[in-house]
Design a protein around this ligand. Sequence first.
Ligand code: 13P
Length: 254
Amino acid sequence: MPKQIKLIVANWKMNGNLLHNEQLLNNLKKSFINYQPACKIVVCVPTPYLAQVQSLCTNTKIHWGAQDISIHPKGAFTGEISVSMLQDFNVSYVIVGHSERRRYHHESTIEVIQKAQTALKSQITPIICIGETLKEYQANHTQAVLQKQITTIAKQLGREVNRSIIAYEPIWAIGTGKTATPKYVQNIHTMLRTQLKNINSEIDDVCILYGGSINASNAKQLLSQKDIDGGLIGSASLDSQQFLEIIKATDPLI
Ligand code: 13P
């Protein structure tokens, strides 16, 4: 079932600084004094800023998350961040398997699933990214690639997929300004939902986001599709005005 309330997730990636983050979040908070967002809002920020975001966003409409998690509870894993460290900052979401991590850090789908399981065990919602490359898209392999990814996720996580979020991010649309058309994404999301349910009939409540060059101008059309439960926004989430426009694009009254 598609979700009633849309979810808008910012992925700041490796951007921001103390001043910029504060201005951005304060601008959003100010806008929410007079405007009640129709969607749920999450900002996934670089790890050093989790404390800042926690302090600025506690008891506001803005939830926060991290961009990665280690599968290990603690120990000699230089540079990695454990689930208990995320819990220290009341993190409730974590992105796992973003294509940039799969590409630059060679993360496999199995490792991504282990990360999702680690988060789920600690009541942190994993946002599991899937998507096809430009080469696969051009060769008409999108469906096969996605089915393979989603099948592995469904088989390994089972009904826990209902407590996770799937983000469909075609790699050719990330940071390129090229967006998949609303109809294309709608069809992919329907296919994903059907496939999940076919594999496990208990998977019937999954939230599926779209990500890839969403901006203030294309958000309304994309987010009004029935099976697009929300968006995972990169560069447009770094500008409070643009991000606010995207948030407003989920509002049926606007
Ligand atoms: P852009 O919105 O910058 O294309 O990034 C999408 C993305 O990768 C979000 O995770």
